[in-house]
Design a binder for this molecule. Structure first.
Ligand code: GUN
Length: 285
């Protein structure tokens, strides 16, 4: 098997399943799964991510709505829209695209999303369920779940492995560390204040890098035959670059996710799955 993860192919497989699930829900319950997204400001990558999410909804039959706000929108306006969307029974999943403009408090917004519609898994109740090893009770963040999915798709065992996570964000670093821990990996979390990063990364069986520092990880920092997930995205003049020096690291890795075309498409597919799960929960609970 090729050692470069084909995120698009994995995502296509998931989308096929989601399509059938959408049809099944429509036939059985007479409703269509619905996702609402909120985008504030003009961040070009965020605009593209939102587009990709809506295109994936269109391909699979999920109904989706995007609410676009100018940069200077107040927190009250966002919270008001969240209340309105949360009261609608044709909207099953809600996502607020991050990062938000600095004057908005992301944590307060995460807290305001109804955990049952929190398809991003950022509400503290969902995060708490992840922390106590009860992932299936709610939603876990899409990107780390995509990584776990890819590990399964390529038959990589997690238990007992040394997993090193570089980056401790709420979106990727913290949740992937918890998910690997829940699957009995020995987990080391490194971040911007870690001294001698190479000391840790070079002993990783599974290395997950999510810092947004272009080319941070070179071949000398990676163990022979490591599994490497590059979750970093840096935009320069419309091109995207990962945190891992791909060409350099590829010969050393036993499996590696590229940027673009690796974890990104799988993340979007996870969001579709979560929207299905939220819809099923809404009719069966
Ligand atoms: N920004 C970068 N990744 C994500 C994500 O998974 N969800 C949201 N809402 N914003 C993001």
């Amino acid at each position: 098997m090729d050692k470069v993860i084909d995120g698009k192919k994995i995502a296509e497989g998931i989308e096929e399943k989601v399509k059938q699930e959408v049809r099944g829900i429509e036939e059985r319950y007479g409703i269509t799964p619905g996702l609402a997204t909120i985008l504030v400001g003009e961040d070009p990558p965020s605009k593209l991510y939102i587009k990709l999410k809506h295109w994936a909804c269109q391909r699979t039959g999920i109904k989706s709505e995007n609410y676009k706000f100018p940069e200077e929108t107040s927190e009250g306006e966002i919270l008001e829209l969240l209340d309105e969307l949360q009261s609608r029974n044709d909207i099953h999943g809600i996502l607020v695209q991050f990062p938000l403009p600095k004057h908005l408090d992301e944590k307060r917004i995460m807290q305001h999303i109804n955990p049952k519609k929190d398809v991003d898994g950022f509400n503290p109740l969902n995060f708490g369920n992840l922390l106590i090893g009860n992932e299936s009770a709610g939603f876990v963040p899409c990107t780390p779940q995509g990584i776990i999915h890819a590990l399964g798709a390529y038959n990589i065992a997690i238990q007992g492995k040394h997993a090193v996570v570089v980056g401790h964000s709420n979106i990727v670093g913290k949740p992937i560390a918890l998910m690997l821990l829940n699957r009995n990996a020995t987990v080391t979390v490194c971040h911007v204040y870690t001294h001698d990063l190479k000391r840790y990364t070079s002993s990783a069986d599974i290395l997950v890098v999510a810092t947004g520092v272009r080319g941070l990880i070179g071949a000398d920092m990676v163990k022979q035959d490591a599994v490497v997930f590059d979750v970093g995205i840096t935009w320069v003049d419309g091109h995207v670059y990962g945190d891992v020096r791909f060409e350099e690291v590829v010969p050393k890795a036993s499996l590696i996710s590229p940027v673009p075309g690796g974890v990104g498409p799988i993340t979007v597919a996870m969001l579709l799955e979560h929207t299905i799960k939220a819809t099923q929960k809404s009719v069966t609970h």
